[in-house]
Every structure is written in C-alpha cells, then in structure tokens.
Write a protein that binds this ligand. Structure first.
Ligand code: ATP
Ligand code: MG
Length: 421
C-alpha cells in the first residue's frame, strides 16, 4: 500500500473534535476583535515568496515546495500566509478601502523541513493580519487577540509571551555591524548557514537552531541597546499598553523571527508542554513588507499560530474540550422495526439530537453493545408491540432505568432530560 508522504499527517475522525475546537476558538476569537476571514490560493507565483518572505530566510533558501506547472510557470505551495494575504490586499484594491484592514486565516502551509515532533512538511496555521495602523495600539491589539485565543484554549498559564523589538532599517544597520564584529572571531566554529548569514543578515544567526551556534549567541549584543528614539518610543508604548491590559510578558532580545519582513515589534508565545519546537505562535510588525513587494507602503502587524503544536499542547493537558457524543440510539428488533427506526431517527435529528440506528443488521444484544461503545445516553427499542402502540421505552444507559414515551414526544423528552442534567 502506498504510504503518506514524509512529514504529513492524517487528521482522523476520532481527533476531529479537538481540531474543530481549536478552529472554532480561532474563528470566535478573531470575530470578537473584528477580524474577518480571508482565503487565498494554496499556491502562488514563486516570485511572491522570494519578495515577500525574503531571500535570506531558511524558508526561501531551503524549505519551499517549488515546481514548474504545465505552462512552465514557477509555482510554490505557500510556506506561510502573510505574503498571499498581502498580495490579495493590494490586488483587490483593499489598500484604498477603509483602514485598518483586519483579516484572519486558517490555512495549510508547506515547508520542506526535517520532520520531528511539532515540525511537519504540511502543517496548519491560524493567522491574523492588520494593515494600515502604524500605532503601537495595533501591535497591542494583535497581541491581545493572540493571547485571548490562547486563553480560550485553556493554554494561558502554560505559555509565555516573549517580546522584542528589532528596530527599523536604520537602527538595525548599526546593530548588524555590532553583531558582525561580535560573531566574526567565532564564525569559523559555527555552521555553514551562519557563515553565510554573517554578511547577508547577521541577525538571523540569533535564530539558529544549531546547538553548536547557540552557545555563541547567548553573549551577543542586544538590539534593544541599538534602537533609535522612534523605535524605542514605539517599543515602550507597546509594553505599557500590555501592562495596562494585564498581559504578562518577558522581554527577550534573542527573539528575531525567521522571516525577513519584520520591523520593530516581534513576539512569540512559547510553551514547556511540547518539547523542543516550543513556539506555538509568532508574530510582529512588518511595515516594510508591501514596499518590498513594490506596492504602496502600508504599516502592518500580525501573527500566525501553529495548529499542530497547539494540539500537542492540548493533548499534553487534560484537554478542556470534550467531544459531543451521540444522544440516542434507536434499536430495531426486526426488519420492520428497523425501517421505522430510520424514520424516527430522522425525526430526532430534525430536533437537533445526534441519533444513530442500526446499519449492520445486528442482533439486539449487539446493537446495545455498539450503542454503549458510541457513548450514547439513551436507547430506544422498537419492536412489533412498540410499532402497534406508537410508544417505546426510552432506556437511560447510565442508570439502567427506562420510561415509556410516545414516538412524537421522544425528542422533547430527551431534550428536557438533558436540560435538567
Ligand atoms: P520555527 O522557529 O519553529 O521554525 P518559524 O519561525 O519558522 O518557526 P513561523 O514562520 O513564524 O515559524 O510560523 C508561525 C508558527 O507556525 C510557528 O510558531 C509554529 O507554531 C508553526 N510552524 C512553523 N513551521 C512549522 C512546521 N514545519 N510544522 C509545524 N508547525 C510549524
Ligand atoms: Mg522554521
């Protein structure tokens, strides 16, 4: 049998409720903060990511799924969501619309990475994008949405917000020089990627996942000592907005983020629950992104959360989400009753009850066993006598009690019972 490609995972029905709980929580949270959904294509012209994500990033250099389509165009499966949203924002004329523009997405993304726990080749993200606002209040709003989402998932006390500023083009240039001077004596002992980063983009060295390199990054100069007055004021304002909103954070000068488009505020939410791939959500400001894509400059801030990592975290806890189990099973004792069971099931479903009946021609005993396995709370047994009288026993599986109820009143009876419990 052909197997699933490396680094991919099937989402199976037994786990669907947890996926859906995360997705529902994402949608509900986004809605509360005034973000509407945006959907863009799974693939884009490769050029979009070269420009949008940046050609000194690991994503562009090593991780993209790029191919020529039958028309000879270079196409790439999206490795992240921001570039596609930026393109759609500009291409659909939304830059000229009401500001701020606020959109969220729930997407699959593709990166050719070495698969490990929390690192897949196809993975999923919940992301939010806010365009048009340069104010630190917008940074705070993005962080508030992210932290609201994590709180609703029950992960608040298991996550830490790490906050940093990576300044603007001008203050970063001075910092890059300081980093080069600091790393130059050690660069011979560092990985090949870092050697390349030293000239092209030394800040990226701070994000190196290589243990051998990490030991040199701990003593590196901090961007926070190089911020220009405007960037410092912006960062102070973001911190004070978080303080007044009661959002705890740790300033971590080593958070630089893996993508080229960031400026000023960057942040990550990390957790101890899931091992080495500890970042469940990352984001920041990217005022330079649209300009980098040859569009009219527009300030922007946003984040993306990794759904699989959130699921790992939720599974490591006693998940605060439960699956809604079927309410009722309708058993039939003979062929005629089974036909009636199907129409009664339809009636109960019409009333909003999750209803199952026999599809396997099972014996009554086997039907009860299956009903028990499903976790249903009520079983209704139909036989000749019930069909004649239009009434049936509604059995409560948990208490082994039963009551006789008219067919037409079963839905109401079960709903009343559920309400009381
Ligand atoms: P990392 O440093 O772990 O490689 P990143 O900086 O490349 O992450 P982003 O591009 O910021 O990640 O993506 C946002 C979030 O998406 C990450 O914080 C993470 O939760 C998730 N994510 C990124 N890459 C993967 C992957 N290959 N598999 C699963 N989740 C991922
Ligand atoms: Mg990465």
């Amino acid at each position: 049998m052909i197997q699933i490609p490396k680094g991919c995972k099937d989402m199976l029905p037994a786990d669907a409720y947890l996926w859906q709980a995360v997705e529902d929580t994402a949608r509900e949270s986004a809605k509360l903060y005034g973000f509407k959904e945006i959907r863009t294509p799974v693939f884009e012209h490769t050029e979009l990511f070269l420009r949008g994500v940046g050609d000194t990033t690991d994503i562009v250099n090593k991780e993209m799924y790029t191919f020529l389509d039958k028309g000879g165009r270079s196409i790439t499966l999206r490795p992240e969501g921001t570039a596609g949203v930026a393109r759609a924002f500009v291409e659909n004329g939304l830059q000229g619309g009401a500001m701020p523009f606020k959109a969220y997405y729930l997407i699959s993304a593709f990166r050719y990475e070495r698969p490990q726990a929390g690192r897949l080749r196809e993975f999923h993200q919940f992301g939010a994008e806010l365009y048009g606002a340069a104010s630190p209040v917008a940074d705070a709003e993005a962080i508030l949405l992210a932290s609201h989402f994590l709180r609703e998932l029950g992960l608040e006390q298991y996550t830490t917000l790490r906050l940093n500023s990576i300044g603007c083009k001008s203050c970063r240039a001075r910092y890059a020089e300081a980093l080069r001077a600091y790393f130059r004596p050690h660069i011979g002992e560092m990985c090949e990627d870092c050697r390349e980063r030293l000239e092209k983009n030394p800040m990226r060295i701070l994000d190196c996942k290589n243990e051998g390199c990490k030991k040199f990054t701990s003593g590196a100069p901090s961007m926070l000592d190089y911020l220009c007055d405007d960037c410092r004021a912006h960062f102070d304002a973001v911190k004070s907005l978080l303080d007044t909103s009661g959002i705890g954070y740790t300033v971590d000068p080593r958070i630089v983020r893996g993508l080229d488009y960031y400026s000023r505020t960057v942040f990550e939410f990390t957790t101890d629950l899931i091992g080495a791939q500890a970042t469940v959500l990352g984001g920041g400001r990217y005022d330079g992104l649209l300009e980098q894509m040859d569009a009219k400059p527009t300030p922007a801030v946003g984040f993306a959360a990794g759904i699989e990592r959130l699921l790992l975290a939720l599974q490591a806890l006693d998940a605060p989400f439960a699956e809604r189990l079927p309410d009722v099973y309708i058993a039939g004792m003979d062929a005629t009753s089974r036909v009636r069971a199907l129409s009664l099931a339809e009636q109960l479903r019409g009333a909003g009850l999750i209803t199952e009946c026999d599809l396997m021609d099972r014996s009554l005993k086997a039907q009860f066993k299956y009903a028990d396995k499903l976790g249903v709370r009520f079983v209704v047994v139909l036989g000749e006598e019930e069909l004649a009288s239009g009434e049936a026993q509604v059995k409560h599986l948990s208490s082994s009690t039963a009551e006789r109820v008219k067919f037409d009143e079963i839905a109401q009876y079960i709903k009343e019972y559920r309400r009381r419990k």
